[in-house]
Ligand binder design. Structure first.
Ligand code: 13P
Length: 253
């Protein structure tokens, strides 16, 4: 049966691009992709460039996302950004629990869970990231790790489970040039959908989009995206260039 889920391609620009560089990338992407309605396209620049990119894409179909947020709405949390601040800049999405935040900045399933709930309360769509390290894959614990991340990052959502996007990003494939094969990725995506069904029932699980992330590029996007449970991509390096990001989006059409 053909999938009914609309594909979603998001560019995670990570800690790259000054305001001027981000604006020029956004302008270039708007020319190529601004009219696209077949695929949901999300640009996630660094916080400092959100405002500039927001102003550029506000008259086209691309959406804005942030790369993280705090769960509190305001207060004495030096260096943090709240959901309301993101909404104020017309963000629609926020990446949460990226493996780089988990590995370098102490993000845990518990903090991700608080952030997911705060994002949904602010009508932001969380893109919740999960994925195993190379060591975990090689020791055969991929499913246990992903189960722990999914169950605990998404605990207590009930029907709000329908309001999220999940990104499966095997840590060993991020920025390494190594990509999960389409079959490897599909296996984990199907497993994640099974977990979502256990949590929220199969109707909700069937509607949740699960992106793949980890060295996705024009050369491998089509074969990944044609898999039954791969509903899009969360793109790092290849999102920093108009041509490569546009080609990935076209592979999703
Ligand atoms: P790369 O596409 O650079 O491997 O990064 C993937 C990623 O981490 C997206 O969030």
């Amino acid at each position: 049966m053909k999938k009914l889920r609309k594909k979603i391609i998001a560019g995670n620009w990570k800690m790259n691009k000054t305001t001027a560089d981000a604006a020029s990338l956004a302008e270039g992407l708007k020319l190529e992709l601004g009219d696209c309605l077949d695929v949901d396209i999300v640009l996630c620049p660094p916080f400092t460039a959100l405002s500039a990119v927001s102003g550029i894409i506000d008259d086209c179909h691309m959406k804005l996302g942030a790369q993280d947020m705090h769960w509190e709405s305001e207060g004495a949390y030096t260096g943090e950004i709240s959901s309301g601040m993101l909404r104020d800049l017309y963000c629609n999405y926020v990446i949460l629990g990226h493996s780089e935040r988990r590995a370098y900045f102490g993000e845990t399933n518990e903090t991700v869970n608080k952030k997911v709930k705060a994002a949904i309360a602010a009508t932001l769509i969380p893109i919740v990231c999960v994925g195993e390290t190379l060591e975990q894959r090689e020791s055969g614990t991929t499913e246990a790790v992903v189960r722990d991340q999914v169950e605990n990052s998404l605990a207590g959502l009930d029907d709000d489970l329908a309001k999220i996007v999940v990104a499966y990003e095997p840590v060993w494939a991020i920025g390494t040039g190594l990509t999960a094969t389409p079959d490897q990725a599909q296996d984990v995506h199907a497993f994640i959908r099974k977990l979502l069904a256990e949590i929220g029932g199969s109707d909700i699980a069937d509607g949740v989009r699960i992106q793949y992330g980890g060295s996705m590029k024009p050369a491998n996007a089509a074969e990944l995206l044609e898999k039954q449970d791969i509903d899009g991509g969360l793109i790092g390096g290849a999102a920093l260039d108009v041509r490569s990001f546009a080609e990935i989006v076209k592979a999703a059409m």
